[in-house]
Design a protein around this ligand. Structure first.
Ligand SMILES: [Zn+2]
Length: 407
């Protein structure tokens, strides 16, 4: 049975690479490997080859395969604040591998998992209610068992062991132990207001995990001063800049607009004069549409979250937009967001007037605001600056339709 699981896992690893689910960027790969290797120290295990990679998935999650492949979603990389938190996440995952949790869970769960409909199990998990992300689809196809693990986590005892052992492991490698509870606190932000139960985002349990990991830290353990914490955040963000930009794109594609705003705002804070970062924040506000950027207390109650999940599963994003726009709150949010988007697009062009995508974004914004002339002008500039972009044809058609309607 273990052998069967191992070959399933090997296939999964290969599919992730082949289908482009892994986010490769030389600096990031080197960084993750350096961090992971430091945490692993000299652990050598049979059938385990340690690998640390980023998955192109905007849902905050991480998981380990029993062959030592550790995956951290771009959505989690973008949500964490510093290296100590990332080291904690990685150490947690390493513990699942080194303590053979997958095999133990495999024995106790396999029959159960196969007997139930796995898709039903994660039915209310799928955050957008639409098609699941690429990585999740691959896991579902290749290994339903790993899907259950990656989404639902291990047993409570195994998770606790991974938290506490992981904390020790990360501190032994020189990271600040508070990274562990702080990684849970980062997840408690719940930018999307989701009822999801991935390993890192099971909210009632998160507080419990903050508590027991915090109280396991020695009083004399190393702590970051406020200044050190700020520096650590800035350093981490600088390493993650490329990943974060990519994650913003993924988040927008999957309708996670509030996360897109949250992440791109961090990018703009880091480099306020980067035309790219300002562009991403503009895109995030444009696509946020009639939604409020930050959820209110009322929207974060468990009842409201359930209701929102229901809406997501029943309506397309366009339908949700249209419905919201009929409400005064939606109209107000759209007014605020469209103004922010316009200012930011223009700022992005001020920083670099050849930023073609900023022209396209402005075009789409003006089109939605029914400023046809302005929209046409922006699309024309986009086509002039990016004649070979992948969406040239699509924009050309939009422009033609616009010009037709103006006649
Ligand atoms: Zn875990």
């Amino acid at each position: 049975m273990d052998r069967e699981l191992l070959s399933e896992i090997k296939l999964l690893d290969e599919r992730f690479e082949k289908e482009g689910a892994v986010f490769h960027e030389p600096n990031l790969d080197a960084y993750l490997t350096r961090l992971g290797t430091a945490v692993v120290a000299d652990k050598k295990l049979e059938n385990v080859e340690w690998k640390f990679r980023a998955l192109r998935d905007p849902v905050p999650n991480a998981f380990a395969l029993p062959n030592g492949s550790i995956y951290i979603n771009t959505g989690l990389l973008a949500l964490l604040d510093d290296e100590n938190q990332l080291a904690a996440v990685i150490a947690h995952e390493i513990t699942h591998v080194s303590e053979r949790h997958t095999y133990l869970r495999n024995r106790s769960l396999r029959k159960k998992v196969l007997a139930i409909n796995i898709i039903n199990t994660i039915g209310n998990w799928n955050p957008v209610g639409g098609p699941a992300g690429l990585a999740i689809s691959l896991i579902a196809t290749v290994s339903p068992f790993m899907l259950a693990i990656s989404v639902l986590g291990y047993s409570r005892e195994q998770e606790k062991e991974a938290d506490l052992e992981g904390l020790k492991m990360a501190s032994a490698a020189g990271f600040v132990p508070e990274g562990m509870p702080n990684s849970f606190k980062a997840m408690q932000r719940d930018v999307e207001g989701e009822q999801i139960n991935t390993f890192y985002s099971d909210h009632p349990k998160l507080q419990e995990r903050v508590n027991y990991t915090s109280s396991s830290i020695n009083g004399d353990a190393r702590k970051l001063s406020d200044d050190e914490a700020k520096t650590a955040q800035a350093d981490y963000l600088a390493v993650m800049e490329v990943v974060d930009r990519h994650d913003v794109e993924l988040a927008i594609n999957e309708g996670r607009f509030r996360s897109a705003v949250f992440v791109s705002q961090k990018l703009v804070n880091l480099h306020p004069d980067s035309t790219e970062n300002v562009f991403y924040l503009a895109e995030s506000y444009r696509t946020l549409g009639p939604r409020n950027a930050e959820l209110t207390k009322e929207q974060l109650t468990s009842g409201a979250k359930k209701q929102a999940a229901k809406t997501r599963s029943k309506r397309t994003l366009e339908e949700q937009d249209a419905e919201l726009l009929k409400t005064p709150a939606g109209q107000e949010a759209w007014k605020v967001n469209s103004e922010k988007a316009e200012t930011l697009f223009l700022r992005s062009l001020e920083l670099n007037r050849f930023n073609a995508r900023a022209h396209r974004g402005l075009g789409m914004l003006y089109e939605r605001l029914d400023r046809k002339q302005d929209a046409a002008a922006e699309y024309a500039k986009y086509l002039e600056l990016a004649p070979n972009a992948v969406d040239t044809e699509r924009v050309r058609r939009r422009l033609a339709v616009l010009r037709e309607s103006m006649n």
